[in-house]
Design a protein around this ligand. Structure first.
Ligand SMILES: *[C@@H]1O[C@H](CO)[C@@H](O)[C@H](O)[C@H]1NC(C)=O
Ligand SMILES: *[C@@H]1O[C@H](CO)[C@@H](O)[C@H](O)[C@H]1NC(C)=O
Ligand SMILES: *[C@@H]1O[C@H](CO)[C@@H](O)[C@H](O)[C@H]1NC(C)=O
Ligand SMILES: *[C@@H]1O[C@H](CO)[C@@H](O)[C@H](O)[C@H]1NC(C)=O
Ligand SMILES: *[C@@H]1O[C@H](CO)[C@@H](O)[C@H](O)[C@H]1NC(C)=O
Length: 253
C-alpha cells in the first residue's frame, strides 16, 4: 500500500510542476513500434544448435525437404509446425527400419513431421478436436493429437509420442521436439505389431533399452534442448512482466 501512495505523490508533483511551467502538454505520442524484426528463421541454424537433431537435419537435407519447410516458413501466411525427433530417437528405432525406404517414401516420411500451419502449444487443444490432422506429406498422411493433462500426444498408428519440449515457437514457425520418429501408416501399413516388450514404463523409455546396454546412450545431450526451452519460457514470463509493468505505467501517466 505504501509504494503506490508514494508513487502517486510523485506523479502529482511531477504533473503539477509540468503544469506550472506551462510546458506544452505532454504529448501522448506512442513510442514508435520498433521496426518489425525480420521473421526469417533459418531452420538449418536452428536445428544445428538445438537438439541434437543432426540425423533429422541430415534427412531434411538429403531429401531436399528442407527447402520445402523453409519456403513454407518464409513465404506463407499459414506458417509451419515441425516435430523434430532427437538423434537418439533414430538410433533406438530398430524396426521398422528406414534404411530400405525408397527416396519417395523417405521424403514423405520427413514431410510427415510437419503441419502446414503455425500452432502454438496453446493451440494443441484445437488439434485434438481436428484430428486426424493433415501433414505436409498430404493425402492419407495424417496425425492424431490428444491432450493428456496438458501435454500434446501425437499418434500415427506406429508411433505414439509426445511433445517433449519447445525448441522455437514464434509465429510463423514452431519447432517442437518429439521423443520418437513419426512413422506413417501410409508407408508402413496398418499391420502394426503389438508393442514389442511389455515395457511398463510409459512414454519416455524407448522399448528396447536392455538389448544394447553397451550402446552409448545420448541422453545427456538432451539437456541443451530442454534448457533452451526453459529459457524461452522464462523469457516469456519476463516479457509479460515487463509488459505488465509498462502497461501499469502507461495507465498512471
Ligand atoms: C541458413 O544458414 C546456413 C548456415 O548457417 C546457410 O548455409 C544457409 O544458406 C541459410 N539458409 C537460408 C535459407 O538462408
Ligand atoms: C527464406 O528467406 C531468407 C531470408 O530472406 C532467404 O535468404 C532464403 O533464400 C529464403 N528461403 C526460401 C526457401 O525461400
Ligand atoms: C525393408 O526390409 C525388410 C527386411 O529386410 C522388409 O521386411 C521390409 O518389408 C522392407 N521394407 C520396405 C518398406 O521395403
Ligand atoms: C483454437 O480454438 C479457438 C476457440 O475455438 C479459436 O479461437 C482459435 O482461433 C483456434 N486456433 C487455431 C489455431 O485454430
Ligand atoms: C485417428 O483418429 C481417427 C478419428 O478419430 C480414427 O479413425 C483413426 O483410427 C485414428 N488414427 C490413429 C492412427 O490413431
Amino acid at each position: 500500500m505504501e509504494i503506490p501512495v508514494v508513487f502517486m505523490v510523485l506523479l502529482v508533483l511531477c504533473s503539477s510542476s509540468a503544469d506550472a511551467q506551462s510546458a506544452p502538454s505532454p504529448s501522448l505520442t506512442p513510442t514508435p513500434a520498433p521496426a518489425p524484426a525480420p521473421d526469417f528463421v533459418n531452420l538449418t541454424d536452428l536445428l544445428t544448435v538445438a537438439g541434437p537433431f543432426h540425423t533429422f537435419l541430415g534427412y531434411l537435407e538429403s531429401t531436399k525437404v528442407l527447402k520445402t519447410f523453409q519456403d513454407q516458413a518464409n513465404n506463407t501466411e499459414e506458417g509451419i509446425t515441425i516435430f523434430v525427433p532427437q538423434d537418439k530417437a533414430f538410433t533406438s528405432l530398430k524396426s521398422p527400419s528406414l534404411s530400405n525406404l525408397t527416396a519417395d517414401q523417405l521424403k514423405s516420411l520427413v514431410l510427415f513431421h510437419a503441419l502446414p500451419h503455425y500452432y502454438s502449444l496453446a493451440d494443441f487443444k484445437n488439434l485434438s478436436d481436428m484430428s486426424p490432422v493433415a501433414t505436409l506429406a498430404g493425402g492419407q498422411y495424417t496425425l492424431n493429437f490428444t491432450d493428456v493433462s496438458g501435454t500434446a500426444h501425437l499418434t500415427s498408428g506406429w508411433s505414439d509420442t509426445k511433445v517433449s519440449s519447445s525448441v522455437h515457437s514464434t509465429e510463423p514457425v514452431a519447432v517442437y521436439q518429439v521423443d520418437k520418429v513419426l512413422l506413417p501408416e501410409a508407408i508402413f501399413g496398418t499391420d502394426i505389431p503389438p508393442a514389442a516388450a511389455p515395457a511398463p514404463a510409459p512414454e519416455v523409455a524407448p522399448a528396447d533399452a536392455p538389448k544394447d546396454a553397451d550402446n552409448e546412450d545420448l541422453s545427456p545431450g538432451s539437456s541443451p534442448g530442454k534448457s533452451s526451452s526453459y529459457r524461452i519460457i522464462s523469457w516469456g514470463i519476463w516479457g509479460h512482466l515487463v509488459l505488465a509493468i509498462s502497461g501499469g505505467l502507461v495507465l498512471f501517466l
